[in-house]
Structures are given as C-alpha cells and as structure tokens.
Design a protein around this ligand. Structure first.
Ligand code: ATP
Length: 216
C-alpha cells in the first residue's frame, strides 16, 4: 500500500504479553500489510534446528535477549526480502543499538506503543497457548481454542512457550523495563510514536483502527 507515493513502514511496541501478536494479526488482516515478528522468526529457526536456531535457543528459553549483533544481522536480511512491501515490524528493535541500526537500514514511519497494566500481563502470559508454526495465540480465559489444546485452523497441538514459565516471564519483564523502554523514548523524540492504553486487545483495537485509518 502506497501513501503519498511511499510504502509505509509500521512498528509495534509493547511489553511481553501486551497483545502485540493479537493486534498485529488484526492489522495484517484489515490493512493487508506484511507482518514481521522477530520472535516468530527465531522460533521457526529453533523448530527447524538451523544453525541460527541452535545459536539462539538458550536465550529464548531463558527469556534473555539474543545479542544485538546477531539480531541486527538477521533482521537486516529479513527486511531486505520485504523492502517492496508495506510492513509491520513486531519484536525488533528491543534495544537502543537495534533501534539505531534499524533507523539506518530503514527508518519507520509510524510506531504503535501498547500500554497494558503489569498485573494484566502476568495473568495473561500464564494462560497463553500458541500454535508454533502459524504464531496463532490462544488464551484459556478469553480466547479459548474450539478444541482444548488444538489449533482451530489446522487441528495441530498447541504448546506453552518455554519462556512463558513464571521464572522466564519475570526476566523478560525486567529486561523490558530496563533495556527496551528506552526504545520508546527514541521514537518519541522523533515524534512518530503513539500510545494505546487498555487492559484487553478488544479495548485497544478500535483506538488503533482510528489511528491507522487516518494513515491508510
Ligand atoms: P509477546 O509476549 O508479545 O509474544 P515477547 O516480547 O515476549 O512478546 P517475542 O517477541 O516473541 O516475545 O520474543 C521472544 C524472545 O525472542 C525474546 O524473549 C528474545 O529471547 C528473542 N528476541 C526476539 N526479538 C528480539 C530482539 N529484537 N532482540 C533480542 N532478542 C529478541
């Protein structure tokens, strides 16, 4: 999609479990943009046991960040493949170095920042199940699969991510507070970031639509 002769590049930010995956899926469907989730891409590599998958597995399982140089190299390659599309980036950048590197490779035009209360996030992650190959996310409270433990579309097994276990969740939230939050300021200074507050994705979604409708 072209806006004023330019392909829009969108970025979504938010703490682990803030609903980035859910909101991204809705954006992709409604506005027909390409979704690039760094977490999903890394999990695919782990699944197929590629060299990169083997290298990053321990970081993901512990809820630690993959080193910047690995991430920047990997994501630069991924972004090259979609340079002719309007895309929505999710999960990258997560550090100031990554944000600076991305700004040099491909500046983003719009940043959506999801702001969800801390207690909501902890509760939500503990009830989250995912379908690994598609990235579809379910929640045992408010977005149950039709058949317990099975993906609605393929019928394949759902799994709990190893980094959704309590110890790893605590670590991911700590990292988010100390290392990833400065990325929000990075984009605020460039005046392209907008906050969206809410406790559920259904509450946040109409606000995102109102904002994106002004752009598309
Ligand atoms: P959500 O809960 O919304 O799925 P998340 O932030 O917890 O989001 P992912 O974005 O799927 O999870 O990332 C999972 C893991 O992948 C991270 O904990 C980290 O180990 C690794 N990872 C993904 N993106 C990056 C990145 N940009 N830099 C470093 N590590 C990353």
């Amino acid at each position: 999609m072209m806006v004023k002769g330019k392909l829009l590049k969108l970025l979504i930010l938010g703490a682990p479990g803030s609903g980035k995956g859910t909101i991204s899926a809705r954006i992709v469907k409604k506005y027909n943009v390409v979704h690039i989730s760094s977490g999903d891409k890394l999990r695919e590599h782990i699944e197929k046991q590629s060299a990169l998958g083997k290298e990053v597995k321990k970081y993901l399982n512990e809820g630690a960040l993959v080193p910047d140089e690995v991430m920047i190299k990997f994501m630069s390659e991924e972004l090259k493949k979609v340079s002719n599309s309007t895309w929505l980036l999710d999960g990258f950048p997560r550090t100031i170095s990554q944000a600076e590197a991305l700004w040099k490779i491909q500046p983003v035009d719009v940043v959506l920042n999801l702001v969800v209360p801390f207690e909501v996030i902890i509760d939500r992650i503990s009830k989250r199940w995912v379908h690994l190959s598609s990235g579809r996310v379910y929640n045992l409270d408010f977005n149950k699969p039709k058949i317990h433990g099975k993906d609605d579309v393929t019928g394949e097994d759902l799994v709990q991510r190893p980094d959704d276990k309590p110890e790893a969740v605590r670590k991911r939230l700590e990292i988010y507070e100390t290392i990833t939050k400065p990325v929000i300021s990075f984009y605020k200074k460039k005046d392209i970031l907008k906050d969206f507050h809410g406790s559920t994705s259904d509450e946040i979604w109409p606000k995102v639509v109102a904002h994106l409708d002004t752009l598309f």
